[in-house]
Design a protein around this ligand. Structure first.
Ligand code: 9MR
Length: 396
């Protein structure tokens, strides 16, 4: 009896371990009844709803991972279309994603990132920010940014530069330097001119100014505004324009996607820059949203911006939820992604949509909003969620 139990356990163990697909083997998909986990060092990635494959690389760094495609847990995407392909068919320039240098060693991740049927544009999540590019005054490092530009180039993807002037991720030599107006003017000119100039001809657009306003529409109190008043915006835009006349120059912000004091402040700023002949080509609507709370007037707001003779883009889309995810939350998230994409699709001057990384594995959300997450269209196992179908429908 005892021996029989041991043998049973042994057989069960063999069944479990052999129930792992080998590298490049199938590991899921509708109708698939074989193993749904992969051997260590590989990750199960859904190519489409009918086929998932064990690709080299592991998002966990440990053993193999599993996918929920066809496994009957939470719902997953059923669409067979590709997000950038449908965006371009709809007349947009791109559907893109943010990415970060540390993520590029995950080969299962890059297999999706590099596919320009999914993504026609990349944004560097961190590696072109001031702390990364000019950590000491006059000492520029472009290694991280260069890696992402080279990747985009080899993938045939456009680039959005992010960003020149922002209060955050700003080295203390800038924020605590005690500079005069004249000194800070030169510092901004040198930073934006050198950064944008380094990538001359390589960028579709640049977020020259990031998040200049408070939510009540007043100017954010930071070293730029406190030293120079509103003129820092013009100083940066002019330096960027001189450095790369072909890049579209944007101001990028959040909570301007619905009517309110912040959207009004941004519209007033754009109008006054236009009236003074300052180079400004676009407004970036970041679109960091919450499931069930996507603004209903997003399209109207986009139309109001484009009426000011600027283009708009959705620059940092993600739609977070309070965890754990449920069928209902994922279904609502699909509707919400569709709402955002449909708004851009309906506005001629909305040139494209960028998601703020495509997988929950690398989303900024959980570390910033406790108890929230699952904001991206791909889950942390790189399986497409219903949200992805919302994107496809929105462009259709
Ligand atoms: O995704 C970025 C994250 O890795 C950084 O820790 C964070 C630090 O500020 O910045 C994130 O990106 C932000 C973007 O640059 C500007 N808009 C808000 C984004 C999310 O915080």
């Amino acid at each position: 009896m005892k021996a029989f139990t041991c043998l049973g356990l042994l057989l069960a163990y063999v069944a479990i371990t052999s129930a792992q697909s080998q590298e490049w083997g199938q590991c899921g998909g509708i109708g698939w009844t074989g193993p749904t986990t992969c051997v260590a060092g590989t990750t199960c990635v859904a190519s489409n709803p009918y086929y998932s494959q064990c690709l080299p690389g592991s998002s966990t760094g440990g053993g193999g991972t599993t996918t929920s495609v066809g496994s009957g847990s939470l719902p997953t995407s059923t669409s067979t279309a590709f997000s950038n392909t449908v965006a371009k068919a709809a007349g947009k320039l791109y559907f893109g994603t943010a990415t970060d240098n540390s993520e590029l060693t995950n080969t299962a991740y890059t297999a999706i990132l590099d596919n320009n049927a999914y993504f026609g544009q990349l944004s560097p999540a961190n590696s072109m920010k001031w702390d990364a590019t000019e950590p000491e005054q006059g000492v520029f490092t472009f290694t991280g940014g260069d890696q992402i530009v080279a990747l985009a180039k080899s993938n045939g993807q456009l680039m959005r530069g992010h960003n020149c002037v922002w209060y955050n991720q700003l080295p203390s030599w800038v924020s605590n330097g005690g500079f005069t107006e004249a000194e800070l003017t030169t510092i901004i000119q040198n930073h934006c001119g050198t950064l944008v100039g380094h990538y001359k001809g390589e960028m579709y657009s640049w977020d020259v100014i990031n998040e200049p306003f408070n939510d009540d529409g007043t100017w954010r109190s930071d070293v730029f505004y406190n030293t120079l008043g509103t003129s820092f915006v013009q100083i940066a835009l002019e330096a960027a324009s001189q450095a790369d006349p072909s890049a579209k120059l944007y101001i990028n912000d959040y909570n301007i996607e619905y009517a309110g004091p912040k959207a009004t402040a941004m519209m007033n700023l754009v109008s006054s820059l236009k009236a003074s002949g300052v180079p400004i080509n676009g407004v970036g609507l970041q679109c960091h949203f919450i499931v069930g709370e996507v603004p209903t007037d997003l399209q109207t707001i986009m139309e109001q911006f484009t009426a000011l003779d600027v283009e708009v883009a959705v620059t940092e889309l993600d739609i977070r939820m309070t965890l754990p995810a449920t069928d209902a939350l994922l279904e609502q998230q699909k509707t919400d992604y569709q709402t955002v994409i449909s708004a851009c699709n309906a506005v001629e001057g909305c040139v494209g949509v960028t998601i703020w990384d495509f997988t929950d594995e690398y989303s900024w959300v959980p570390s910033t909003f406790s108890g929230q997450g699952d904001a991206c269209p791909w889950d942390s196992n790189l399986v497409k969620k219903p949200a992805y179908d919302g994107i496809i429908i929105g462009f259709s």
